[in-house]
Design a protein around this ligand. Sequence first.
Ligand SMILES: Cc1cc2nc3c(=O)[nH]c(=O)nc-3n(C[C@H](O)[C@H](O)[C@H](O)COP(=O)(O)OP(=O)(O)OC[C@H]3O[C@@H](n4cnc5c(N)ncnc54)[C@H](O)[C@@H]3O)c2cc1C
Length: 188
Amino acid sequence: MKSHVKALVVGGGAIGTSIAYHLARAGWDDVMLLERDELTSGSTWHAAGLLPLFNMSYATTHIHKYSVEFYKSLEAETGLNAGFSIVGNLRMAQTDARMDEYMLYASTAETAEVPYEWMTPAQIKDRWPLVRTEDLKGAIYHPTDGYINPADVTMAMAKGARQRGVLIERKWQVDGYEWTGSDWRVTV
Ligand SMILES: Cc1cc2nc3c(=O)[nH]c(=O)nc-3n(C[C@H](O)[C@H](O)[C@H](O)COP(=O)(O)OP(=O)(O)OC[C@H]3O[C@@H](n4cnc5c(N)ncnc54)[C@H](O)[C@@H]3O)c2cc1C
């Protein structure tokens, strides 16, 4: 554990490891991540790992798009399989109001060039025969959505970060940090 660093990342969940990895990839050479317990021991451990490209926010859609491309490349870079599967995502609607909401999603998706398809209840049944479709108005289907194992992708990002020179230390709780004028002084 170093007491002074150029960049300090506190917490070894999906976000912290991603920040550490991307700082290193951007060329930062003195990055340290401190985790008070084990990597992935926070909320990342409990996440379902769904990767819906589709949402109401233009900015978030772009972040999701980047993430999906990044996860595909991470295994090649680190040799760790993060359980990334693109299986598609079917959002069904029982009301016209819900279909209206999906139309709003669709306009965001079009701007961000995220593919989607409209489906009738009969087409839903064709795709997933176990669904009861009598009370459905329709669905929007996102072929590029999927899921990933949150703990595994965190470990892969941690490995990628280490490969790029990031120092990752566990069992250190950060109690404070202070800018000295040239680096961060860390208190544990
Ligand atoms: C049940 C559930 C389902 C979810 N499903 C999804 C989903 O399907 N898709 C999706 O995208 N998101 C999902 N999420 C959300 C996702 O899990 C979180 O947004 C994400 O894991 C947050 O990552 P994080 O790194 O910010 O936090 P965390 O994983 O909580 O990591 C924070 C880390 O910081 C450490 N820490 C805290 N304070 C200190 C300190 N002072 N010093 C050192 N270390 C410290 C903690 O020990 C912890 O390991 C879900 C969450 C839950 C709970």
